[in-house]
Design a binder for this molecule. Structure first.
Ligand code: MG
Length: 87
């Protein structure tokens, strides 16, 4: 399964729940998660990867900075993790 397949599944799953999904890119900084998932009352930042592919070091550092500010950041490399987010 490719990263793109998991991404498409995520987008369709969130839309089916009435949520919104946006592509994300920081201006002037690396390491932005790929997507912001919006579901009623919560926002989840998502870095997508093909199964068992790890985030790069600079991505992990950015995710940690965001988590320290209370953001919810998921590394999503499987359909199972998509389902966990959508619970
Ligand atoms: Mg990615």
């Amino acid at each position: 399964m490719r990263e793109r397949d998991i991404e498409n599944y995520l987008v369709n799953r969130v839309k089916a729940l009435g949520g919104e999904v946006r592509k994300v890119k920081w201006i002037g900084r690396r390491g932005a998660p790929d997507r912001l998932v919006m579901l009623p009352g919560r926002g989840i930042w998502v870095e997508l990867k093909a199964p068992r592919v790890r985030a790069q070091a600079h991505q992990i550092r950015e995710h940690e900075r965001m988590r320290r500010m209370g953001q919810v950041v998921f590394l999503v490399d499987s359909i199972e993790i998509v389902e966990r987010i959508c619970e």
